[in-house]
Design a protein around this ligand. Structure first.
Ligand code: PAF
Length: 283
């Protein structure tokens, strides 16, 4: 695996690949990799000639009281995992390489950034969109791979790609889960033992919601009542949101229509560690 910390040598290397007609897939990450990230690398390997993975903990997408300084980091471990997953290129820039001192441009994607995570993290998706656009301009891949756990992020980036006529196709891959159902996340290591046990309620609640809908319940408030009751039994976690929204627009759904695509989405806070999860379903 080739590793780059600077933009110019990375671009020289990738230009060489493109001249040889190689297809490039790109997996942006903030590191502390888990099976969810590695599944994206494997998918990209299958669909492309070369896979580039970036590791950059992007300060711009963290709010002032969020966990930027606590966010887990271990480049040595990530390098080993990426080597084993057969990634071709690791791009791990410094903050100074990504944001020069006079940096003053940011990207804001409108409506789709506002509900769900956008309520308690009003600047988050602008930070995400800005860094993803920068990374896309640097790497210039055929396809960008994102995980479904961050479904709203996938929708925001897809909207940006459409609105700004970006060349890259945006591809979403399924959520990877621990044995007990908890969605894999780099933040899971920040939980105490008891918080970790409480966190399994998230997927239990979502599954219960899905079962209710599958067995014919069409009133979203009824489904949410059950989801919130299960989440409410957590001793250490606090519900940030539990919502059922249209999977395309992320607008709240009251009555689930047949043949519509809905997203059951939850965010829970364990002190300053915020976990999100979702289930996407065709009604
Ligand atoms: O999902 C993430 O890890 C980040 O939001 C991303 C896409 C790498 C941008 O910093």
């Amino acid at each position: 695996m080739r590793e780059f910390a600077r933009i110019a040598p990375l671009q020289r290397f990738l230009n060489g690949l493109r001249q040889r007609k190689k297809r490039i897939g790109f997996v942006p990450t903030m590191g502390y990799l888990h099976e969810g990230h590695l599944s994206l690398v494997r998918l990209s390997n299958k669909e492309n000639d070369a896979t580039v993975v970036s590791i950059f903990v992007n300060a711009l997408q963290f709010g002032r009281n969020e966990d930027f300084s606590r966010y887990p980091r271990n480049l040595k471990r990530d390098r080993r995992l990426l080597g084993a997953a057969a990634a071709d290129v690791l791009f791990a820039p410094s903050a100074g390489e990504m944001y020069q001192g006079d940096f003053q441009t940011s990207v804001t994607v409108g409506g789709i950034s506002r509900p769900l995570c956008g309520v308690s993290r009003p600047t988050h998706f602008s930070g995400v969109a800005t860094v993803v656009l920068k990374l896309l301009n640097i790497v210039n891949p055929e396809t960008l791979y994102l995980g479904q756990k961050d479904y709203q992020q996938y929708r925001v980036v897809s909207q940006m790609a459409k609105d700004l006529h970006l060349r890259a196709r945006v591809c979403m891959a399924p959520i990877m889960r621990e044995k007990d159902g908890l969605a894999m996340s780099s933040r899971n290591v920040l939980l105490s033992g008891e918080e970790r046990r409480d966190a399994t309620l998230i997927y239990q609640a979502l599954r219960e919601g899905r079962t209710l809908i599958s067995s014919g319940e069409r009133r979203a408030p009824r489904v949410l009542q059950v989801i919130r009751r299960i989440l409410g039994s957590a001793r250490l976690g606090r519900i940030d949101y539990a919502e059922i929204v249209d999977a395309e627009t992320l607008a709240p759904v009251v009555e689930l229509n047949e043949h519509s695509k809905a997203l059951l989405a939850v965010a829970m806070l364990f002190k300053r560690t915020r976990l999100i999860d979702n289930i996407l379903m065709e009604v």
